[in-house]
Design a protein. Structure first.
Length: 127
């Protein structure tokens, strides 16, 4: 797969997770964590269902993946802009990159990722 196909495939999986969350009366956000072309884990927001404000899709992906020696080789795909909770966790666990399924925007969270040299791709805007 080329880069566009890879991003399109994994964003599609994240969007399917967002649909799952929405169909379960949750917040419509999904995420997947991948290594190269391999899916590691997928998750959706469960903040409503679990009554847990940190059970967002990205955090659930990182939690389910567990501690790994290859974390810097992983890419986190998300259907929303990351907040500081997600960005702090990405930095803490050295997740290698993020792909966001929205147009590029300015935010303190995204600025921090860029400042710490974490590659951020906005898909499909960065095709």
């Amino acid at each position: 797969m080329n880069r566009f196909q890879t991003h399109s495939h994994f964003i599609g999986l994240a969007r399917a997770e967002a649909s799952t969350a929405e169909s379960n009366d949750g917040v419509s956000v999904g995420a997947v964590l991948v290594k190269g072309d391999e899916l590691i884990v997928k998750a959706h927001d469960q903040i409503v269902q679990m009554n847990n404000p940190i059970a967002v899709a990205e955090m659930e992906c990182i939690r389910q993946a567990g501690r790994r020696s290859d974390q810097s080789e992983l890419t986190l795909y998300s259907t929303r802009y990351p907040d500081m909770l997600v960005v702090g966790t990405v930095l803490q666990f050295s997740i290698g990159a993020m792909v966001i399924a929205l147009p590029e925007t300015q935010s303190p969270a995204i600025d921090l990722l860029k400042q710490k040299s974490v590659p951020v791709t906005f898909f499909p805007a960065d095709q």
